[in-house]
Ligand binder design. Structure first.
Ligand SMILES: *Cc1c(COP(=O)(O)O)cnc(C)c1O
Length: 382
């Protein structure tokens, strides 16, 4: 048996949706992209949804549009994908890495507060594993300190915070639709917000700073005319990607309930195993992107599972330990502890319960063996 940590759930419907785009001959941004945006607008009940070509670029364009500049500081958890952090660097600003709580893997208001300085301009909040951060308190802190909040909700598409969908409230929310996220466009992302001024800027920056209004105004008289008003990027989504997303959106509820079933199955079994500590989450509300636990002899367990055909991962190698940042970064005790113990088990929408049961049985086997591996694999810190 071979089980990968994650994989996309795509099929014939997605392919035939892409086929329609081929037949239309309009591959770039057009009908399908705007339809995808409108469906998301309805889903989240927000004024603006701007579809882009990746989650990382969603974060970059959001940061760029709040006029993040040199020497500004942005607070971000270290325990996140590099895609949450590189956009800060692209803006020439400074990432300030924040620790996370061991029992949620999220930043708390207290931990964020300790990192706020006069130079802080924004906070990138990551809802790790789909578990929403304590947004009421974090939004209040942001208001008090005049900071912008960018939610990196790449893990939390479909998660619910206090009866509200993540993405339906707050300042600016960014999603990713890369191949393994809760829904995929192949590649893609979206920026979601209500603020008109910021949205207008993002809409221009998404396509090379070109002002679409002037474009439209002159469309009939001078269809060749356009004006470039802002520094911009080539970040718009293509119809090909949106066509995949349109089908995936219809399957969203099914995908999420499948993921919730797998996570609940894991929780119920792993809770009883000595050596494993689960992260308590309410899977009636959390739409899990990954399923992460803390494990004793983590590296040995990973190797044992790999030998059983099960691929696992470490989400993530803390950013403050990466070569790019290491020399300047402050210590983050919880994050460093977590890095030594976390393991992400296979989870994806197409995963079968019997696959999860196989993973569980191998983990049980690992901790039950009489002669537990003599050699503890050395931690390989970057
Ligand atoms: C996937 C992911 C991103 C980046 O999204 P891409 O679409 O892959 O660029 C950012 N942050 C987190 C936490 C992610 O998991």
């Amino acid at each position: 048996m071979k089980i990968s940590q994650s994989k996309p759930s795509i099929g014939r419907e997605e392919l035939s949706s892409v086929n329609k785009v081929f037949q239309s001959g309009w591959l770039g941004m057009g009908k399908q992209v705007f339809e995808f945006e409108n469906l998301l607008k309805k889903l989240f009940k927000r004024k603006y949804v701007i579809a882009v070509n990746s989650g990382t670029n969603a974060i970059h364009i959001a940061l760029d549009s709040i006029w993040l500049r040199k020497n500004d500081e942005v607070i971000v958890p270290s325990l996140t994908f590099a895609g949450s952090v590189q956009p800060i660097i692209l803006c020439g600003a400074k990432p300030v890495f924040c620790d996370v709580d061991k029992d949620t893997l999220n930043m708390s208001e207290e931990l964020i507060r300790r990192k706020v300085t006069r130079k802080t301009k924004a906070i990138i909040v990551v809802h790790y594993g789909g578990l929403p951060c304590d947004m009421d308190r974090i939004l209040k802190l942001a208001k008090e300190k005049h900071l912008r909040i960018i939610e990196d909700a790449a893990h939390a598409f479909g998660s619910i915070y206090k009866e509200k969908l993540v993405g339906s409230f707050g300042d600016i929310t960014c999603f990713s639709f890369d191949p393994i996220k809760n829904i995929t466009c192949g590649e893609g992302g979206a920026v979601i917000l209500d603020d008109k001024k910021t949205a207008d800027l993002i809409i221009k920056k998404r396509i090379l700073g070109i002002d679409k209004d002037t474009w439209n105004r002159y469309k009939h008289k001078r269809s060749w005319f356009y004006s470039v008003k802002e520094r911009g990027y080539r970040y718009h989504m293509s119809n090909i990607n949106a066509a995949i997303g349109l089908v995936q959106l219809k399957k969203m509820d099914f995908f999420i309930s499948q993921r919730q079933k797998i996570a609940t199955r894991y929780d119920n079994a792993l809770r009883k195993i000595n050596g494993i500590q689960i992260i308590e989450r309410d899977y009636r509300k959390v739409a899990p992107f990954n399923y992460t636990v803390m494990a004793e002899k983590r590296n040995n367990l990973m190797e044992f599972l790999q030998n059983s055909g099960i691929t696992t991962g470490i989400n993530y190698i803390p950013n403050h330990l990466q070569p790019l940042f290491k020399s300047k970064a402050a210590k983050l005790p919880n994050t460093e502890y977590l890095y030594r113990h976390i393991i992400s088990l296979p989870i994806y929408s197409g995963m079968k319960i019997k696959d999860a049961d196989y993973v569980i049985s191998r983990i049980k086997e690992f901790y039950n063996r009489k002669k537990v591996t003599k050699k503890v694999i050395e931690q390989n810190m970057p």
